[in-house]
Design a protein around this ligand. Structure first.
Ligand code: 5GP
Length: 174
């Protein structure tokens, strides 16, 4: 399949994704059965994963969408990134970040640091995909769907230059 200038090949089918999400969801439900977790899907990439995962989880919970906004700082070379979207207190809450993919882990570490600073009681992460750089750096991700090599993927929420988020399977660049 061609998307813009790149060729992609199917890597993970929608059926496998669905089965994996069912098992992730049941594990999370079990771990949080005595709590009322706050799920924080990180937009845009995790919208599809978050929707399917939330349908599996039946315990009482809250869902609030966040986004990483990057903007040019006052220093011309610097880029400041900050978490936007959740305006209420996190004090005493058990937060579960929902990420599409963890690559270097820099984004996730930044989010975790911000959330811990806002007084959350606990902060864990569920990521559908994790690449080898994050494994090598021991980035803390409690629940992982699929382990990938250092390869570029698209589909199921993930894009290439804005395209491909709507695909129900996951593809890798060939
Ligand atoms: P990290 O900070 O862990 O290096 O990067 C995380 C973010 O980079 C992800 O949330 C995602 O938006 C983007 N990203 C990393 N790898 C891929 C990939 O293979 N495909 C796509 N579409 N986005 C990726």
């Amino acid at each position: 399949m061609k998307v813009k200038d790149l060729e992609f090949k199917k890597l993970i089918t929608a059926e496998r994704i669905e089965k994996k999400i069912a098992s992730l969801g049941h594990q999370i439900e079990k771990d949080y059965q005595d709590k009322v977790p706050l799920f924080l899907p990180v937009l845009n990439g995790s919208f599809m994963f978050a929707a399917d995962l939330m349908k599996v989880i039946t315990i009482p919970c809250r869902i609030s969408f966040v986004k990483i906004s990057s903007y040019a700082g006052t220093v011309s070379t610097g880029q400041l990134k900050t978490l936007i979207g959740h305006d209420e207190s996190l004090f005493g809450l058990d937060v579960v970040i929902i990420e599409d993919i963890v690559d270097t882990g820099l984004t996730l570490q930044k989010i975790m640091d911000e959330l811990k600073g806002l007084g959350a009681r606990s902060v864990e992460t569920v990521a559908l995909l994790r690449k080898s750089p994050a494994r090598e750096k021991n980035i803390e991700v409690k629940y992982v769907g699929f382990e990938l090599e250092d390869e570029f993927v698209l589909g199921y929420g993930l894009d290439y230059d804005g395209l491909g988020r709507n695909l129900k399977d996951i593809y890798r660049k060939v």
